[in-house]
Structure formats: structure tokens, C-alpha cells
Design a protein around this ligand. Structure first.
Ligand code: TMP
Length: 202
């Protein structure tokens, strides 16, 4: 689409569980705030909405939802936030997003009987990220960072299939960071942020 000066950047963090996405999101938000760049954090699933509460019930194993249906709920949970995201982006606010459609596709496609193409469909048309930061962590290193909790999907075999799907989804604007190699958010990233400051293609 048309690039308008002054739009915020849409920056997404992806990666497997224990890769440090949430910490890196928080650090980046704090850093941008220090730089006086307008910024707003988002995370998906957003468990605060009605749809998000259904997803929370599913993830915490309190409720079973058919696999296709829950995939659509995860997607709907993104779509319901789109008006707010677009308004903020257009007003010049940079969005730092903890998981997005790539998680949606990678997790569902790790289940029996789902193709990546089918999984991508409901998210088609979502605001396109200016940058996806993928935190790369080997399953072995992930395991050393602690045991998985009780939520659905927190099993090693599932996480392995998810990691493979993330690799298949990688696009040219992904930046892959090897988490083993120190702090992600530092001065060298500044250039990248500036580079995508100018627009968010929808
Ligand atoms: P969280 O731990 O970041 O809150 O994510 C909860 C779980 O939901 C995590 O295992 C990844 C999974 N997930 C999906 O299956 N589909 C999605 O669309 C998203 C955003 C997350």
C-alpha cells in the first residue's frame, strides 16, 4: 500500500516457548519509551477479551474446543484488535507485538491433518509487520531454561513441530536472532527501527 510519513512501525516478536519473547518485548518497549518514541505493547492471544477468555479456557485445559474452531478463535482474537492497531499505527505509535499470525499458523499446522496453507487463510489481510524478530532457540537450550508448564501445547514434541513450521514461514523481512548470543535489544537495532519507521503496509 501507500507509505505515509509518520506512521508507527509494526514490530512482531516470534519464537518458541522459553525463547524470551516476552522479556525482549518489555525491554524494547522500555527502550523506545526512553527514546520518546510513542509505543504500545500488544500480545496474542489477548486473553482480556471475550474471545480471549475462551482461548484462555482452552489453553489452560478447562475447556476443549475443536481444532479448526480454536484456530479461527485465535485469528478472530487478532482481527478484533485490528481497528485499535490501525488507529495507533496511523497516529504514529509503534506497536510491539508478542506473537502474531505466525504463531497461529505454526501451532495449528503442528497438529495432525492441517496444512500451512489452510492455517494461513483466516489471517490473510491482517496488518503486515514491518519487522518480525524471530528468537531462535534450540529445543535443547529451551529445555535448559526450565520445564514446561501445564498449558496445552507445552510439550517437547509439539514445540519441535512448531519450530519447523516457523522455519517454513520465514520471510525476507524476518530478523533471526540467536538468543544464546547475548542481549537482543541494543544500539545496533536502532537502525532497523528507524528503517521501518516510515510505514506499515496493510
Ligand atoms: P502465550 O504463552 O504467549 O500466551 O501463548 C499461549 C499459547 O498459544 C502458546 O502455546 C502459543 C499458542 N498460540 C496459538 O496456538 N495460536 C495463536 O494464534 C497464538 C497467538 C498463540
Amino acid at each position: 500500500g501507500t507509505r505515509m510519513a509518520g506512521r508507527g512501525a509494526l514490530i512482531v516478536f516470534e519464537g518458541c516457548d522459553h525463547s524470551g519473547k516476552t522479556t525482549q518485548c518489555r525491554r524494547l518497549v522500555e527502550w523506545l519509551q526512553q527514546e520518546q518514541i510513542p509505543v504500545e505493547p500488544f500480545r496474542f492471544p489477548d486473553r482480556t477479551t471475550a474471545i480471549g477468555q475462551m482461548i484462555n479456557g482452552y489453553l489452560s485445559n478447562k475447556q476443549d474446543i475443536e481444532d479448526h474452531a480454536v484456530h479461527l478463535l485465535f485469528s478472530a482474537n487478532r482481527w478484533e484488535l485490528v481497528p485499535k492497531m490501525r488507529t495507533l499505527l496511523e497516529s504514529g505509535t509503534t506497536l510491539i507485538v508478542d506473537r502474531y499470525a505466525y504463531s497461529g499458523v505454526s501451532f495449528t499446522a503442528a497438529k495432525e491433518g492441517f496444512t500451512i496453507d489452510w492455517c494461513k487463510n483466516p489471517d490473510r489481510g491482517l496488518p503486515r509487520p514491518d519487522l518480525v524478530l524471530y528468537l531462535n532457540l534450540t529445543p535443547e537450550a529451551a529445555a535448559m531454561r526450565g520445564t514446561f508448564g501445564k498449558e496445552r501445547y507445552e510439550q517437547t514434541d509439539m514445540q519441535l513441530r512448531v519450530a519447523k513450521n516457523f522455519q517454513l514461514l520465514k520471510e525476507s523481512y524476518w530478523q533471526v536472532s540467536d538468543v544464546a548470543h547475548g542481549p537482543l535489544v541494543n544500539q545496533s537495532w536502532h537502525k532497523t527501527y528507524q528503517g521501518c519507521d516510515q510505514g506499515c503496509s496493510g
